[in-house]
Design a protein. Structure first.
Length: 339
């Protein structure tokens, strides 16, 4: 975590490379940050972007003892998503839902390119979460959803926390949302949590994980299928991140961002990378686990609806090299055109 009052000291690997007067690629090849005695990252273990305390790094480079970081928790501490999830006792992926709470959206802080939330905001959110017995209005006929769409996942997560056996019908009644809205949110949450449980217990099948989480067998067919897709997406995520980084280095994206991953039909993994650089060879790039990479003609809607892959032409071109060609090959393929 970033201790209270130390946000201005946060440094990324890119900052450390610049401090040493070398490029980030050269710096990450040498990996001086893995040397004995180098300060440890201050964010949670497993984070894709490493963050360091600048005061500690400066001391290390000068050969001085590392100044200790504060050990007492403070309401001003900035927590990343794993730390927020741990504080309220949920799985890290569940935080992707909870962070859409309006209070957490307002308090979100980006430090070193990573989302953080003040400890006080997370504690306030936890204190305000309604229990399963809190009154929830039904959805009158011929009216719209009573809960704003962006708040539905958070509210459904609260209900699922309180009662793992909750049905879509009960979600509809308590939140006053359309049955399809409640069912979709419930399926997504259960799938994420099944995937989390399998990650912690790799020998389990999705059905066994669902049973251990207390989910009724008759309600989780879609969720277990989606959980398998979620697990495949997590497995491929490092590769997609590496391709995104390569495209960023090529100057075709203005910032290095995680791909937008979607699960059409709950049964396949599709990811989109928007290429918004001035010299980008295409508006966007799409990866589908069935056929690999293709270009897209639209930045706003790069992933097309339906299970049938779009035909080539009109800005769509399939890149050769298999399902997971090396990032450099993806960049090279984008710079060439078919004869």
């Amino acid at each position: 975590m970033i201790r209270a009052g130390r946000q201005h000291l946060v440094r990324t690997l890119a900052d450390l490379a610049a401090q040493q007067g070398v490029g980030i690629d050269h710096y990450t090849r040498l990996k001086p940050y893995e040397a004995l005695g180098f300060p440890k990252p201050i964010n949670s273990q497993g984070s894709r972007i490493r963050l360091y305390d600048g005061e500690q790094v400066d001391a290390y480079l000068l050969g001085k003892p590392l100044p200790p970081l504060p050990e007492t928790d403070d309401d001003g501490d900035l927590l990343d998503r794993r730390e927020c999830a741990a504080l309220i006792g949920v799985a890290p992926d569940s935080w992707k839902t909870y962070k859409n709470d309006p209070g957490l959206i307002e308090s979100r802080i980006e430090a070193g390119g990573v989302e953080h939330w003040p400890r006080r905001a997370v504690k306030a959110f936890q204190a305000g979460r309604p229990g399963n017995d809190a009154p929830k209005p039904g959805r009158p006929r011929n009216t719209g959803d009573q809960v704003p769409r962006d708040q539905v996942p958070t509210r459904v997560a609260e209900l699922l926390d309180a009662d793992p056996t909750i049905s879509a019908a009960t979600v509809t009644e308590r939140l006053g949302v359309h049955r399809n809205t409640g069912q979709d949110a419930l399926t997504r949450l259960r799938a994420d949590r099944i995937a989390d449980h399998i990650a912690a217990h790799p020998t389990l099948t999705p059905t066994e994980a669902a049973a251990q989480l207390g989910y009724p067998a008759g309600q989780v067919r879609r969720a277990t299928a989606r959980a398998e897709t979620v697990l495949r997406a997590r497995h491929i995520a490092p590769y997609l991140d590496n391709v995104a980084a390569a495209l960023h280095r090529a100057g075709w994206t203005t910032q290095e961002t995680e791909p937008d991953v979607q699960f059409p039909g709950d049964d396949r993994v599709v990811a989109a990378l928007v290429l918004d650089g001035d010299q980008a060879p295409a508006p966007a790039l799409v990866w589908d686990e069935r056929y690999g990479w293709r270009t897209a003609a639209s930045r706003r809607h790069p992933i097309t609806k339906g299970a049938v892959p779009p035909s080539e032409g009109g800005g769509v071109r399939y890149l050769t090299g298999g399902i997971t060609p090396p990032p450099g090959d993806v960049v090279a393929a984008l710079t060439t055109t078919d004869a």
